[in-house]
Design a protein around this ligand. Sequence first.
Ligand SMILES: Cc1cc2nc3c(=O)[nH]c(=O)nc-3n(C[C@H](O)[C@H](O)[C@H](O)COP(=O)(O)O)c2cc1C
Length: 200
Amino acid sequence: MNRSEEIESAGTAAGASEEVLLVFESMFGSTRRIAEAIADGIRTSLPVGVYRVADLPSAEGRRLVVVGAPTHAHSLSRPESRAEGRRWARDRARFALEPGPHDIGVREWIPVARLSGDSFAAFDTRIDMPWIFTGSAAGAISKRLRRRGLREFLPPESFLVDKDSRLLPGEAERAFEWGRTLGAALRAETGDAARRESRS
Ligand SMILES: Cc1cc2nc3c(=O)[nH]c(=O)nc-3n(C[C@H](O)[C@H](O)[C@H](O)COP(=O)(O)O)c2cc1C
């Protein structure tokens, strides 16, 4: 299958053994680090599969899909902003480019993703300034996934970087806690549903 056929049938790369799927996009590694910390937090309650968006994971049959991306131009990245990011990465002293491909971001994945799951939670990374100046990729993810019929499980969350796109101290720990809350709430919901079923 060539890349455009793969994109058209998005959903070839991931198995669906875990109830939680975490999909992330990252140019310089900060959103990946946050994704890994969130996954570690979720794992204290439930198993989770973690995939780069360019691997075109299938979200079919998952109870919860967690989706995260860096904020570019106040929203989700586009091919042009990712090209701009690649130009920034020529300054190797300041930026280290994540392994590619970078042809597909969360903006391109959501419309083609197989999403028969139930709920979602969105996160982003963005610069440490008031939201009004930075925008938020998580807000854009949330809007698109709600439009695709998924239920928002927790409000969107942002994790902060400095002007060189490096995570601020404490943000990975905060991401772990957010993941832990997410996993525990999902597990509690599963327990409630099982108890209701056994009573009926
Ligand atoms: C082209 C481009 C545009 C950006 N625009 C914004 C922006 O509008 N608001 C913001 O908070 N951060 C912006 N940033 C900074 C990114 O949010 C930051 O690079 C990202 O959080 C780092 O995550 P990553 O290492 O996973 O790519 C931009 C970065 C790039 C490359």
